[in-house]
Ligand binder design. Structure first.
Ligand code: ATP
Ligand code: ATP
Ligand code: CA
Length: 218
C-alpha cells in the first residue's frame, strides 16, 4: 500500500499534523511507542502502529523506506528525536521534517541531516507577541535573523492616503508587496493606490525598519 507520509510521535503537535493530513485525503502511517496513542489514531490515520522509532530494524519492517516524507514530532525525549532522525537519514528518506524542542536541539538536527526543522512553540510565541503589540499586526513571518514579512491592517493613519504620500519605502525602508481588500489581492500595488481602513498590507523589510513602520503607522 502506498503511503504518502509517516508521522512519528502523536503528541499534540504530531497528532494535529496526522489529523490534518488524513483529513486532506493523504495516506498517513502513524507511529508512536504508546498503545493509548495508537488506539486514539487507529481510526484517523490509514495505518497506526506501536513502535520504537529509534530501532532501525523496526522502521525497516514498517516499510518506511517507501515513504518520501517523514515527520518526527517527538518532543520531550530529545535523545529519541535525534536517534530517530539519524536512523531516517541512514535509511535515505528523501524528506525529513523534525520538531525541535530548543535551539541546541535545532542545531543538532540541522547538522545530522534533517531537511526541515520546525520550532512551533517559539515561532507561534513570536507571532502572537507581534499580534499583542498591536491588534493591527495580523501575522508575522521570519525570513532570517534580520528580515521578516508582516501582515498589517491599515488603520485611520493610512486611510485615504496613497503609498506615495505615506512614502513607506523612503521613510521606513520597507516594501508593500501586496494589498488585500475583501476577497481581492493586489500583488503589485501601484504607487498611487489609495488605501482604505481595514485593507491588509503585506510588508517586507528589515526587522528594525518594520518595527519603526509598525510604531508610526500601524
Ligand atoms: P506536544 O506536541 O504535545 O507538545 P511533546 O512535544 O511534548 O508533544 P511528547 O509528548 O514528549 O512530545 O512526545 C510525543 C509523542 O512521541 C508521545 O506520544 C510519545 O509516546 C512519542 N514518542 C516518544 N519517544 C518515542 C519513540 N522512541 N518512538 C516512538 N514514539 C515516541
Ligand atoms: P511549552 O510551551 O514549552 O510546551 P508547556 O505548555 O509544556 O510549555 P509548562 O512547561 O508546563 O508548559 O509550563 C510553562 C512555564 O509555566 C514553566 O516555566 C512553569 O514554571 C510555569 N508555570 C507553571 N505553573 C505556574 C504558575 N502557577 N505560576 C507561574 N508560573 C507557572
Ligand atoms: Ca510540549
Amino acid at each position: 500500500m502506498k503511503r504518502d507520509y509517516a508521522v512519528i510521535g502523536l503528541g499534540r503537535f504530531g497528532g494535529s499534523i496526522c489529523k490534518e493530513l488524513s483529513q486532506e485525503g493523504m495516506q498517513v502511517l502513524a507511529i508512536d511507542a504508546d498503545q493509548d496513542k495508537i488506539n486514539e489514531f487507529k481510526n484517523i490515520a490509514s495505518y497506526a502502529v506501536i513502535a520504537d522509532s529509534t530501532d532501525e530494524a523496526t522502521l525497516k519492517e514498517l516499510g518506511i523506506k517507501n515513504i518520501d516524507h517523514v515527520i518526527v514530532a517527538i518532543g520531550d525525549n530529545i535523545q529519541a528525536s535525534i536517534l530517530t532522525t539519524v536512523v531516517l537519514t541512514d535509511l535515505g528518506i528523501k524528506k525529513i521534517t523534525v520538531k525541535a524542542q530548543n535551539d541546541y536541539h535545532e542545531k543538532i538536527l540541522n547538522r545530522i541531516g534533517a531537511n526541515q526543522v520546525v520550532h512551533p512553540e517559539r515561532d507561534m510565541g513570536k507571532r502572537i507577541a507581534h499580534n499583542i503589540i498591536s491588534n493591527n499586526i495580523l501575522d508575522y513571518l521570519e525570513l532570517s535573523d534580520d528580515y521578516s514579512i508582516v501582515e498589517v491592517k491599515a488603520g485611520k493613519k493610512m486611510h485615504g492616503k496613497t503609498l506615495v504620500e505615506l512614502d513607506i519605502r523612503a521613510n521606513y525602508g520597507c516594501n508593500v508587496v501586496a494589498i488585500k481588500r475583501d476577497k481581492d489581492i493586489n500583488v503589485s500595488p501601484a504607487a498611487d493606490e489609495l488605501l482604505k481602513e481595514d485593507d491588509v498590507l503585506i510588508v517586507i523589510g528589515a526587522d528594525k525598519d518594520l518595527s519603526r513602520f509598525e510604531k508610526h503607522l500601524v
